[in-house]
Write a protein that binds this ligand. Structure first.
Ligand SMILES: [Zn+2]
Length: 305
């Protein structure tokens, strides 16, 4: 008998005995976003964030009440108004401050996380561990919007159409709320459109500017700002985000050339004569993650009641 057939017989026998498993085709592995997206409620576990903002999940998330004394959760159909208790108390205190600003009844709150965090079927790469909060730039006139109105109402952009400055929707109240938002010790960083940071660098007082370091320029983010909270004490498995080189180039508050890059070279890349190197490998989207990509505790979070 030729060797090849013998090998085949041995493998067949091993499979029959359960000694070796046939490899699963990759496509059969369920996507983590489908598994997490199917959960309607948080897990009945102690609150804890696992993994990173863009690769993780969370146990014991709480639902942000759809309407609070000084906020409303928007786009309820998405069921993304779930957060770590630290996120919910942060929203309560920031919205209380916002409600003291002229023209602001409080805050309209966009996405936080899915009930158990994890990757999402649409939209964000982050917001996976209950510690990212989107807050609308639209000043709430009232806090009694119906479910339907919360689906149809849109936020407003505070960025000029040439993307180099803020527009007429920007007010001193936006600046006051963002300063307060960044000054909260629970905050790691806040993402905003670069023109907002440029404006705040111009108008912040000379004596109190440390909080400006936490206001970080990024593409998009002109209809909402994105608050990222630090890893809470109850979450040793939560991974703090490391600062990027561009963000902290001079160890200062970021009111410098790296900020102006966003409204110069970023918008209008200079022509280069240097040959460009090979393109970096494409970053894997959170939408492609399987459970094997996430911290192992996420299995328990998913399986929990
Ligand atoms: Zn966001």
């Amino acid at each position: 008998m030729p060797n090849l057939s013998l090998t085949a017989i041995v493998i067949t026998a091993a499979l029959a005995l359960g000694l070796a498993a046939a490899p699963e085709p990759l496509s059969a592995e369920p996507r983590a976003n489908q598994l997490f997206g199917a959960k309607a409620k948080g897990s009945r576990q102690a609150s804890q964030a696992f993994g990173a903002y863009n690769k993780g999940c969370a146990a014991g998330l709480m639902e942000l009440p759809e309407t609070g004394p000084t906020w409303q959760a928007m786009r309820l159909s998405r069921n993304r108004n779930w957060g770590h208790p630290e996120a919910l108390s942060y929203i309560a205190r920031l919205s209380r401050f916002a409600a003291q600003q002229p023209g602001w009844a409080g805050l309209y709150v966009g996405d936080i996380s899915q009930p158990r965090g994890g990757p999402m079927t649409s939209g964000h790469q982050s917001h996976q561990i209950g510690l990212d909060i989107d807050i609308w730039m639209l000043p709430p006139k009232r806090l009694n919007l119906s479910r339907g109105q919360r689906e149809s109402l849109s936020s407003i952009s505070v960025r000029a159409s040439n993307q180099r400055g803020v527009n007429g929707n920007w007010t001193p109240q936006h600046a006051a709320i963002l300063q307060r938002a960044a000054s909260d010790p629970a905050v790691d960083r806040i993402f905003v459109t670069p023109p907002v940071k440029i404006e705040m660098c111009k108008t912040a007082t000379r004596s109190d500017r440390d909080w400006l370091q936490k206001i970080r320029p990024i593409y998009g983010h002109h209809y909402h700002f994105h608050v990222r909270l630090k890893c809470p004490k109850d979450s040793p498995g939560c991974v703090t985000q490391s600062p990027s080189v561009r963000e902290l180039s001079n160890g200062g508050n970021g009111c410098d050339d790296t900020l102006m890059w966003w409204v110069t070279d970023y918008l209008n890349p200079p022509k280069t004569t240097k040959p460009t190197g090979p393109a970096p490998p494409p970053r894997r989207s959170a939408r492609d993650f399987t459970m094997a990509d996430l911290p192992r505790q996420c299995q328990t979070v998913l399986a929990s009641n």
